[in-house]
Design a binder for this molecule. Structure first.
Ligand SMILES: NC(=O)c1ccc[n+]([C@@H]2O[C@H](COP(=O)([O-])OP(=O)(O)OC[C@H]3O[C@@H](n4cnc5c(N)ncnc54)[C@H](O)[C@@H]3O)[C@@H](O)[C@H]2O)c1
Length: 350
């Protein structure tokens, strides 16, 4: 028999407390930049990955989704929910956890909280996309929807693109106040706006990150001038969109995994053969991102499994320098692999 490594029962587990310690030890902006690098690296080797649209269980109030993928050596999945009414009962709209595993043995390598990690990876992916799509020299971003994801989006765009002016709007003024408070001292010039129309004035980038389970029209055609980049994050389920259809028809549309986005993204409003470009094609240089100053670009973000894989891979790597984890006794490990029942019986105390 080959040598058995020590502690085969143990899987490193990153709980919420340790995730916060890890992110703060690395620094939020540096974490976002390095994570965006991992996402970009995985988009560059896109063709290697297993790709399936996430498996979604829809209900009247929300959705629960499983998001698996593998690069052949490592497998990852995330459990995530989306329940816009949750905040009324003190819960998050989105919560998540995930696993990274070895394809060779099927043994998990990492088990992690992913509520915070999802906010980080969503923002890092948005900013990575904007590097290819936003107009050069962008400084001002409108941020519509000032909930849980919003500060992460602001800081990722600052760290990766140099955005230092924000124009905030939320239907709930308390959400905007919270966002202003949280972003104070980060070097942003912040304007609090009374409507989406006011917020998009003079912005080169428009980020929508609202939560509402309906065909919403947060951004209408009259609000979108030529040359802007739209980072549409909140429309990510059937029957849950943020942009008026006319905005889509004037934009060049960039997506993650087309079959998933056709069902979940803003483009669910368009015919199923409407031309879109997958972001990985831009990252690898097969297709062009922004072509001209006047072009309207749209990243129709819904969140794809490879981004979660990249995030778990990044955290797994970081744990080597920052051991922010617990040892979780997750895997039954009898001395004789076939004596699982014997191990159970030997655990009897009486
Ligand atoms: N694309 C992705 O990868 C991805 C990842 C995570 C979350 N999301 C989505 O992003 C959205 C935001 O998530 P969150 O965790 O920040 O939710 P949240 O509930 O914490 O915040 C949403 C905010 O949107 C505001 N809002 C709702 N309708 C609005 C409107 N018409 N105009 C302006 N503001 C409005 C709410 O008042 C709230 O403050 C959700 O829809 C979620 O499903 C997408």
């Amino acid at each position: 028999m080959m040598d058995r490594p020590e502690k085969l029962n143990v899987v490193p587990f990153v709980n919420v407390d340790n995730m916060m310690k890890l992110v703060l030890a690395v620094g939020v902006e540096r974490f976002m930049v390095e994570l965006a690098g991992f996402v970009e690296e995985d988009f560059a080797r896109w063709t290697l990955f297993d790709k399936v649209p996430r498996i979604a269980a829809h209900s009247a109030e929300g959705v629960i989704e499983l998001m698996p993928t593998s690069d052949g050596a490592t497998y990852g999945f995330k459990y995530v929910n989306g329940h816009p009414k949750n905040t009324r009962t003190g819960r998050q709209t989105v919560t998540a956890f995930g696993v990274l595993a070895s394809v060779d043995t099927g043994y998990p390598l990492l088990f992690s909280e992913m509520t915070i990690l999802t906010a980080l990876r969503t923002a890092a992916t948005s900013a990575m996309a904007a590097k290819y799509l936003a107009p050069a020299g962008s400084k001002t971003m409108a941020l519509i929807g000032n909930g849980a994801q919003s500060e992460f989006q602001a800081l990722a765009f600052k760290a990766l693109l140099g955005i230092d002016r924000l124009r905030l709007y939320d239907i709930d003024p308390n959400a905007t106040k919270k966002c202003v408070r949280n972003l104070a001292g980060n070097g942003f010039e912040i304007a609090v706006c009374r409507s989406t129309e006011e917020a998009v004035e003079g912005a080169q980038i428009i980020t929508t990150v609202t939560a509402d389970k309906q065909y919403a029209t947060i951004v209408t055609d009259n609000m979108v001038g030529s040359g802007v980049h739209i980072n549409a994050v909140g429309g990510d389920c059937p029957g849950k969109t943020e942009l008026q259809k006319a905005v889509l028809l004037r934009s060049n549309i960039f997506v993650e995994h087309t079959p998933q986005t056709r069902v979940e993204g803003e483009i669910q409003q368009l015919p199923t053969d409407y031309p879109v470009t997958e972001l990985w094609e831009v990252v690898t240089g097969r297709r062009v991102g922004r072509r001209s100053r006047d072009q309207i670009t749209l990243f129709d973000s819904v969140g794809f499994a490879i981004e979660d894989f990249s995030a778990l891979r990044f955290v797994h790597e970081k744990l080597k320098d920052f051991p922010c984890y617990d040892e979780l006794d997750l895997l039954a490990d009898p001395d004789d692999p076939r004596d699982l029942f014997g191990m159970l019986m030997r655990a009897r105390t009486t």
